[in-house]
Design a protein around this ligand. Sequence first.
Ligand code: FMN
Length: 195
Amino acid sequence: MKRYAVGLTGASGVIYGIALIGELLASGAEVHVIVSQAARLVMEQEEGLVPGQTAAQALEAMRSKPGLFFYDNNDITAPMASGSYVIDAMIIMPCTMSTLSALAHGSASNLMERAADVILKENRMLLVVPRETPLNKIHLRNMLMLAEAGAHIVPAMPAFYHHPQGLPDMVYFMVGKVMDLLKLPHQLFKRYGYE
Ligand SMILES: Cc1cc2nc3c(=O)[nH]c(=O)nc-3n(C[C@H](O)[C@H](O)[C@H](O)COP(=O)(O)O)c2cc1C
């Protein structure tokens, strides 16, 4: 069974990560989730995928699903803080510039940062989905530094060639791009050039 770690940070678009958690669970994987304090605040303000539902309610709705585990971001004694606990890949989606900076500089000052640092030192797969615009030179340098350390930088940049009909299509496009990198089969968006 695959085991993934998913980090939700306080960037706009926490629903991207919540939708990803649903797809990873549907693939039969175990999913270990860390939610930053800022993500909890942003989730209260942003849309879920169902009209009238907040992102926070969307996450709450899946809380009791089998295979889903939550961790306190201050709990640096959690299994993921050690390289001996095997995680197939970690995805931080969406990723703030603050967390991205901490990852690029190896600060490891909370569970999310430590778990990502462990993934890099163990040469496992780290996918970071940054969400910010415009980007300053610090953001750009940090992204390059993180890419050079082995992370995949997958900016939250939904496309339009698949003719999205609304918010879920745009969200699932990004989730599908992450699933592609994880080599997990999906039909979350219509691929360019396919009938
Ligand atoms: C409504 C709202 C939207 C935000 N959107 C972003 C964003 O898109 N990108 C970003 O880097 N920070 C964004 N922030 C700021 C982060 O939440 C803030 O820097 C926070 O300290 C990040 O903490 P974390 O990385 O531990 O989640 C947003 C904050 C709020 C309140």
